[in-house]
Design a protein around this ligand. Structure first.
Ligand code: F3S
Length: 280
């Protein structure tokens, strides 16, 4: 089988930076207890390597002892979590992606100016939970065009819309144009990060030129699942976390396979998949 790889695939700048910062911390341990609040990234295989190195993962700040070292993930956290971790005298290693930090700043600024914040994204995703925490958890969170119809906007209020960094560009544009038809005073901030746009565009282009696509990445990774949906609309698509999930019998009929990967997929997992496909 011939294999082609999307021009932009795998670890993005923010994840690479966060993973390097966390690894450095574990290598040069200045504290016996290094914790992360939730999984470092949405990739089980990569996270397991960090756990083997000594990283302890907790789902709540209450479970982390005072004075510990706390790694903040690239997804970022709310203002409240910063305050609480400082009051527990924690030493913070902040790997929040600078693009996410920028959204926190926008949300805080516009919220302080009296604007109502609208976030386009998945309400339960840690990035959105964190962003909402910079406007007193008061944001309107929308994930589809249809949801806009169910919301009543106050004509006297000012609104500011931002997007999850991994939102789909087409769907964000549609939601914004619907919002514009209902809101008089709306400030639009397209905060989809360039890494996401590049990955989505490369995946679209490649999917048009191959017989099938293999999308590698965590089942809980928002940006990976967006890539899966984009490719699925163009060619038969296989969504996998590792090469073990590929079934030779289902792939044999294809001559050329395209490969792309979410922003939290390490290179070594991508390489293993490519090698496997080439052998078919
Ligand atoms: Fe940052 Fe964009 Fe990656 S926001 S974590 S560079 S997908």
């Amino acid at each position: 089988m011939k294999v082609r790889i999307a021009e932009n695939a795998g670890f993005c700048f923010g994840v690479k930076r966060a993973m390097n910062m966390a690894w450095d911390e574990l290598e040069n341990k200045t504290s016996d207890s290094v914790y992360s609040l939730g999984p470092l990234i949405h990739n089980k295989q990569a996270v397991d390597r960090y756990k083997e190195k000594g990283l302890m993962e907790m789902d709540s700040l209450d479970k982390i002892p005072n004075d510990s070292k706390l790694i903040i993930r690239s997804h970022g956290i709310s203002k409240k979590i910063y305050t609480e971790s400082k009051s527990k005298n924690m030493d913070i290693v902040d790997t929040t992606c600078p693009f996410v930090k920028k959204i926190h700043d926008i949300v805080r600024e516009f919220s302080n100016k009296g604007c109502k914040i609208i976030i386009v994204g998945n309400a339960t995703h840690p990035e959105i939970v964190g962003i909402n925490g910079w406007c007193d958890n008061d944001a309107i969170i929308i994930n589809s065009e249809e949801e806009v119809d169910n919301i009543t906007f106050n004509s006297n209020d000012k609104y500011c819309v931002v997007s999850q960094t991994t939102a789909n560009l087409e769907s964000f544009d549609k939601i914004v144009s619907k919002l514009k038809s209902k809101i008089q005073d709306l400030t639009v901030n397209n905060t989809i990060c360039s890494a996401t746009k590049e990955r989505q565009l490369s995946a679209t282009e490649l999917a048009k030129e191959v017989d099938c696509m293999v999308v590698i990445g965590g089942k809980h990774s928002s940006n990976t699942q967006k890539l899966v949906n984009i490719c699925k609309n163009i060619v038969p698509t296989f969504s996998i976390e590792t090469k073990e999930e590929l079934e030779k019998s289902k792939l044999e009929k294809f001559k050329v396979a395209g490969v792309t990967a979410g922003a939290s997929t390490p290179d070594w997992i991508i390489d293993e998949v490519i090698e496997y496909l080439k052998e078919i």
